[in-house]
Design a protein around this ligand. Structure first.
Ligand code: ZN
Length: 172
């Protein structure tokens, strides 16, 4: 296992050798994903295997890791585990894509494939549109507030963080 995970590769070359790659990818290197998560310091680990089914190049893999999303109810961090399996077939046209039945199409532009883009797409597809804590976090916050007399200062103290989180989210 190597920690170096190449970005651009030749999928045909890997498929003919039945190659496999595994390693870690920094979240900061995934630009679109960085816009959806609060914590950019972490990384995800991925394993990708290449093979040929007939003439078709198949790219299958697994992604694991944890990202921090912003809960859409309370605007606090929400830990979201990733455990993604994917199977893609390289296609060069939409017509070819429509003929696939057992895997998702991977439209290739040119000869090289960006593995970072594949991994990023799979993660973005797996993320919920409206992430929320499983428990009723707003009710939880309300009952906490009721227990303390310093409700106002607490609420104010919390707000800068959600503003910061938003800045962080849109800042880059
Ligand atoms: Zn929440």
């Amino acid at each position: 296992m190597s920690d170096k995970f190449p970005d651009h590769i030749d999928p045909l070359l890997f498929a003919e050798r039945r190659g496999a790659l595994s390693g870690d990818i920094k979240i900061a290197a995934l630009e679109r994903l960085s816009g959806s998560v609060l914590d950019h310091g972490g990384s995800v680990s991925a394993r990708i295997e290449f093979s040929k089914e007939g003439k078709r190049i198949v790219v299958a893999g697994h992604i694991e890791g944890v990202v921090e999303l912003e809960c859409q109810s309370c605007l606090q961090a929400l830990t979201w585990p990733l455990d993604i399996d994917f199977k893609l077939a390289v296609v060069s046209s939409l017509k070819e894509a429509k003929q696939l039945d057992d895997c998702e199409p991977l439209l290739l532009d040119g000869d090289t494939l960006s593995l970072n883009a594949v991994i990023e797409d799979e993660i973005l597809l797996a993320l919920p549109d409206y992430p929320r804590h499983e428990h009723d976090c707003l009710a939880h916050n309300r009952s906490e507030d009721a227990d303390y007399s310093a409700t106002d200062s607490q609420t104010k103290a919390n707000n800068p963080f959600s503003v910061l989180a938003k800045l962080k989210k849109t800042g880059d």
